[in-house]
Design a protein around this ligand. Structure first.
Ligand code: GAR
Length: 206
Protein backbone atom coordinates (compact mmCIF):
# COMPACT_ATOMS: atom_id res chain seq x y z
CA UNK A 1 0.00 0.00 0.00
CA UNK A 2 1.42 3.39 -0.94
CA UNK A 3 1.59 6.13 1.69
CA UNK A 4 1.61 9.84 1.18
CA UNK A 5 4.48 10.62 3.52
CA UNK A 6 7.32 8.56 4.98
CA UNK A 7 7.81 8.68 8.74
CA UNK A 8 11.47 9.36 9.59
CA UNK A 9 13.49 8.60 12.73
CA UNK A 10 16.88 10.29 13.08
CA UNK A 11 19.40 8.44 15.27
CA UNK A 12 22.03 10.64 16.90
CA UNK A 13 24.78 10.60 19.53
CA UNK A 14 26.26 14.08 19.74
CA UNK A 15 25.98 17.67 18.58
CA UNK A 16 23.38 16.96 15.94
CA UNK A 17 24.38 19.43 13.23
CA UNK A 18 23.25 16.92 10.62
CA UNK A 19 19.95 16.57 12.46
CA UNK A 20 19.67 20.37 12.32
CA UNK A 21 20.30 20.29 8.56
CA UNK A 22 17.46 17.77 8.22
CA UNK A 23 15.11 19.90 10.34
CA UNK A 24 16.00 23.01 8.29
CA UNK A 25 15.48 21.08 5.05
CA UNK A 26 12.08 19.96 6.26
CA UNK A 27 11.15 23.54 7.15
CA UNK A 28 12.29 24.87 3.78
CA UNK A 29 10.52 22.13 1.82
CA UNK A 30 13.65 20.35 0.53
CA UNK A 31 12.34 17.35 2.44
CA UNK A 32 8.66 17.06 1.60
CA UNK A 33 8.12 13.34 1.03
CA UNK A 34 8.99 12.50 4.63
CA UNK A 35 8.53 13.92 8.08
CA UNK A 36 10.86 13.61 11.07
CA UNK A 37 8.66 12.03 13.72
CA UNK A 38 11.32 10.91 16.16
CA UNK A 39 14.87 11.63 17.30
CA UNK A 40 16.54 8.75 19.10
CA UNK A 41 19.81 9.16 20.98
CA UNK A 42 21.99 6.59 22.71
CA UNK A 43 23.58 9.40 24.71
CA UNK A 44 21.50 11.24 27.33
CA UNK A 45 23.76 14.31 27.05
CA UNK A 46 23.57 14.67 23.27
CA UNK A 47 22.83 18.27 22.29
CA UNK A 48 20.87 16.78 19.39
CA UNK A 49 18.10 15.98 21.89
CA UNK A 50 17.76 19.72 22.61
CA UNK A 51 17.63 20.48 18.90
CA UNK A 52 14.77 17.99 18.53
CA UNK A 53 12.85 19.46 21.46
CA UNK A 54 13.36 23.00 20.11
CA UNK A 55 11.84 21.85 16.84
CA UNK A 56 8.90 20.17 18.55
CA UNK A 57 10.02 16.66 17.60
CA UNK A 58 9.71 13.72 20.00
CA UNK A 59 13.13 13.06 21.51
CA UNK A 60 13.88 9.73 23.17
CA UNK A 61 17.09 8.45 24.74
CA UNK A 62 17.86 4.74 24.83
CA UNK A 63 21.12 4.20 26.70
CA UNK A 64 23.10 1.01 26.07
CA UNK A 65 24.62 1.40 29.52
CA UNK A 66 21.20 1.40 31.16
CA UNK A 67 20.00 -1.47 28.95
CA UNK A 68 22.99 -3.57 29.98
CA UNK A 69 23.47 -5.48 26.71
CA UNK A 70 23.40 -4.94 22.94
CA UNK A 71 20.41 -7.25 22.69
CA UNK A 72 18.26 -5.36 25.18
CA UNK A 73 19.42 -2.04 23.68
CA UNK A 74 18.31 -3.06 20.20
CA UNK A 75 15.00 -4.53 21.41
CA UNK A 76 14.28 -1.19 23.05
CA UNK A 77 15.24 0.72 19.88
CA UNK A 78 12.97 -1.52 17.80
CA UNK A 79 10.08 -1.06 20.22
CA UNK A 80 10.32 2.75 19.99
CA UNK A 81 10.68 2.65 16.19
CA UNK A 82 7.58 0.46 16.02
CA UNK A 83 5.64 2.70 18.38
CA UNK A 84 6.29 5.67 16.07
CA UNK A 85 5.56 3.57 12.93
CA UNK A 86 8.89 4.58 11.40
CA UNK A 87 9.51 3.93 7.68
CA UNK A 88 13.04 5.31 7.36
CA UNK A 89 15.91 5.37 9.86
CA UNK A 90 18.53 8.08 9.27
CA UNK A 91 21.84 7.64 11.10
CA UNK A 92 23.17 11.16 11.60
CA UNK A 93 26.29 10.91 13.73
CA UNK A 94 24.99 7.80 15.51
CA UNK A 95 28.12 6.32 17.06
CA UNK A 96 26.78 2.97 18.26
CA UNK A 97 27.28 -0.06 16.03
CA UNK A 98 24.05 -1.90 15.17
CA UNK A 99 24.08 -5.68 14.91
CA UNK A 100 23.62 -7.61 11.71
CA UNK A 101 20.27 -8.95 12.92
CA UNK A 102 18.98 -5.43 13.64
CA UNK A 103 20.08 -4.16 10.23
CA UNK A 104 18.53 -7.14 8.43
CA UNK A 105 15.13 -6.17 9.84
CA UNK A 106 15.19 -2.87 7.92
CA UNK A 107 16.44 -3.65 4.41
CA UNK A 108 17.01 -0.42 2.44
CA UNK A 109 15.32 1.46 5.27
CA UNK A 110 18.45 2.65 7.09
CA UNK A 111 20.74 5.32 5.64
CA UNK A 112 23.94 6.78 7.08
CA UNK A 113 26.10 9.84 6.47
CA UNK A 114 29.84 9.22 6.53
CA UNK A 115 32.45 12.02 6.40
CA UNK A 116 34.63 10.70 3.56
CA UNK A 117 34.34 9.54 -0.02
CA UNK A 118 33.65 5.82 0.52
CA UNK A 119 35.51 3.47 -0.06
CA UNK A 120 38.27 5.70 1.36
CA UNK A 121 38.67 6.15 5.12
CA UNK A 122 35.68 4.09 6.17
CA UNK A 123 34.81 0.91 8.05
CA UNK A 124 35.70 -0.09 11.58
CA UNK A 125 37.38 2.65 13.64
CA UNK A 126 36.69 5.41 11.09
CA UNK A 127 34.28 7.86 12.65
CA UNK A 128 34.14 11.53 13.54
CA UNK A 129 37.48 13.36 13.62
CA UNK A 130 39.47 10.13 13.08
CA UNK A 131 38.26 10.07 9.48
CA UNK A 132 39.66 13.54 8.78
CA UNK A 133 42.90 12.78 10.64
CA UNK A 134 43.38 9.74 8.41
CA UNK A 135 42.67 11.69 5.23
CA UNK A 136 45.21 14.38 6.18
CA UNK A 137 47.79 11.79 7.22
CA UNK A 138 47.45 9.97 3.90
CA UNK A 139 47.82 13.23 2.03
CA UNK A 140 44.79 12.99 -0.24
CA UNK A 141 43.89 16.26 -1.92
CA UNK A 142 40.16 15.63 -2.13
CA UNK A 143 37.81 14.19 0.47
CA UNK A 144 34.09 14.63 1.02
CA UNK A 145 31.01 12.88 2.35
CA UNK A 146 28.87 9.91 1.42
CA UNK A 147 25.29 8.93 2.17
CA UNK A 148 24.70 5.22 1.79
CA UNK A 149 22.25 2.48 2.66
CA UNK A 150 23.30 0.54 5.73
CA UNK A 151 23.89 -3.17 5.35
CA UNK A 152 25.81 -5.68 7.47
CA UNK A 153 29.20 -4.48 6.16
CA UNK A 154 30.31 -1.34 8.08
CA UNK A 155 30.05 1.60 5.60
CA UNK A 156 29.62 -1.02 2.86
CA UNK A 157 26.04 -0.51 1.68
CA UNK A 158 24.94 0.92 -1.67
CA UNK A 159 25.95 4.54 -2.17
CA UNK A 160 23.10 7.03 -2.59
CA UNK A 161 24.97 10.34 -2.89
CA UNK A 162 28.50 11.73 -2.57
CA UNK A 163 30.02 15.18 -2.63
CA UNK A 164 33.71 16.05 -2.89
CA UNK A 165 35.52 18.71 -0.86
CA UNK A 166 39.04 19.98 -1.58
CA UNK A 167 41.65 19.71 1.15
CA UNK A 168 43.65 22.87 1.89
CA UNK A 169 47.34 22.92 2.77
CA UNK A 170 46.82 24.33 6.24
CA UNK A 171 43.84 22.12 7.15
CA UNK A 172 43.63 20.53 10.58
CA UNK A 173 41.22 17.66 11.30
CA UNK A 174 38.92 20.24 12.90
CA UNK A 175 38.89 22.73 10.01
CA UNK A 176 38.45 19.92 7.53
CA UNK A 177 35.60 18.37 9.51
CA UNK A 178 33.78 21.71 9.59
CA UNK A 179 34.18 22.26 5.85
CA UNK A 180 33.11 18.72 4.95
CA UNK A 181 30.02 19.15 7.10
CA UNK A 182 29.10 22.54 5.67
CA UNK A 183 29.87 21.88 2.00
CA UNK A 184 28.92 18.22 1.78
CA UNK A 185 27.12 16.50 4.68
CA UNK A 186 24.51 19.16 5.39
CA UNK A 187 23.61 19.19 1.69
CA UNK A 188 23.62 15.55 0.66
CA UNK A 189 22.02 14.11 3.80
CA UNK A 190 18.75 16.08 3.33
CA UNK A 191 18.82 15.48 -0.45
CA UNK A 192 19.38 11.74 -0.05
CA UNK A 193 16.72 11.53 2.66
CA UNK A 194 14.17 13.15 0.35
CA UNK A 195 15.19 10.79 -2.46
CA UNK A 196 14.73 7.66 -0.34
CA UNK A 197 11.43 8.96 1.09
CA UNK A 198 10.17 9.39 -2.47
CA UNK A 199 11.17 5.83 -3.25
CA UNK A 200 9.37 4.61 -0.15
CA UNK A 201 6.11 6.41 -0.88
CA UNK A 202 6.26 5.34 -4.51
CA UNK A 203 6.78 1.76 -3.38
CA UNK A 204 10.11 1.44 -5.24
CA UNK A 205 12.09 0.35 -2.23
CA UNK A 206 13.12 -3.09 -3.45
C1 GAR B 1 29.40 13.87 11.29
O1 GAR B 1 30.55 14.38 10.69
C2 GAR B 1 29.10 12.50 10.70
O2 GAR B 1 29.37 12.38 9.35
C3 GAR B 1 30.01 11.64 11.52
O3 GAR B 1 29.92 12.17 12.84
C4 GAR B 1 29.63 13.56 12.76
C5 GAR B 1 28.40 13.85 13.61
O4 GAR B 1 28.18 15.23 13.73
N1 GAR B 1 29.62 10.25 11.45
C6 GAR B 1 30.49 9.25 11.39
O5 GAR B 1 31.68 9.39 11.48
C7 GAR B 1 29.87 7.87 11.25
N2 GAR B 1 30.84 6.92 10.81
P1 GAR B 1 26.77 15.81 14.14
O6 GAR B 1 26.33 15.12 15.45
O7 GAR B 1 27.03 17.28 14.36
O8 GAR B 1 25.80 15.57 13.02
Amino acid sequence: MNKSIARIAVLVSGGGTNLQALIDAQNSGIIHSGKIELVLSNNPNAYALERAKNAGISAVCVSKKVCGSQEVFEEKLKAVLKEYEIDLIVLAGFMSILSESFIKEYPKRIINVHPSLIPSFCGKGFYGLYVHEAALKYGVKVTGATVHFVNEVPDGGEIIMQKAVNIRENDTPETLQKRVMKLAEWKILPAATEKVCQQIINGEKE
